[in-house]
Design a protein around this ligand. Structure first.
Ligand code: SF4
Length: 204
């Protein structure tokens, strides 16, 4: 039932022209994963690799997220659901060169797809990755540094904001303090879901 509803929504998004990103995209990146997922990750928008493949988080940042999900959390990526606020790639001046966060007009146009995805999937926990998805979902102007690691709520669903994998890569990558912070946040998520972490990590 959830799978069919998501597929119906995807078919609408696949031909969407509600904002200017439709004029430059290669593929709409709807999101992917288990329609029955207990855990939903939300990023900001597709990058180059995602635009080409039509799949979320498959570039460098995606590789890091996948490692965190599969190696640290110990679950298959296909068991969670991964989506973005913007379903088409936002780039500076729409030149398809340098990625940027979706602007307000794009978020306003595209976010109903994400909200519908949440309504259909009804995950137990949502992890927002970075500022745009956190600010949007929690309707706040506070930044990710202030909000990360603290439980919040979206319509009765527990929300854990954490850093975006791209930010981790830009700030030292593997074994950096930023990555340790992300893993610490994900440990709280696993505790909430009663999932056993696959690797034991000493924090701090
Ligand atoms: S970003 Fe969203 S609203 Fe804009 S064209 Fe793509 S699917 Fe439609």
């Amino acid at each position: 039932m959830k799978a069919e509803k998501l597929e119906e929504l995807k078919q609408i998004a696949d031909v969407c022209t509600k904002c200017k990103l439709s004029t430059t995209r290669t593929k709409v990146v709807f999101g992917e994963g288990n329609p029955e997922a207990e855990l939903l990750f939300i990023g900001e928008g597709p990058g180059r690799q995602e635009d080409i493949t039509g799949r979320p988080f498959v570039g460098k940042a995606g590789e890091l997220l996948t490692r965190l999900i599969e190696k640290a959390m110990g679950v298959s990526r296909s068991n969670v659901y991964i989506a973005n606020i913007a379903k088409c790639r936002p780039t500076e001046d729409l030149k398809m060169e340098k990625d940027r966060a979706p602007d307000l007009e794009e978020v306003t146009a595209c976010s109903p797809y994400l909200l519908k995805q949440i309504e259909i999937i009804q995950p137990k926990v949502i992890v927002t990755l970075g500022n745009p998805s956190t600010k949007f979902l929690l309707n706040t102007q506070d930044g990710i540094t202030k909000l990360r690691g603290k439980w919040a709520d979206y319509k009765g669903i527990a929300v854990m904001p954490t850093y975006h994998p791209s930010y981790v890569i830009r700030n030292g990558g593997e074994n950096s303090q930023v990555q340790k912070d992300v893993w610490a946040d994900l440990l709280k998520v696993m505790e909430k879901l009663n999932w056993e972490p696959k690797v034991k990590i000493k924090w701090k």
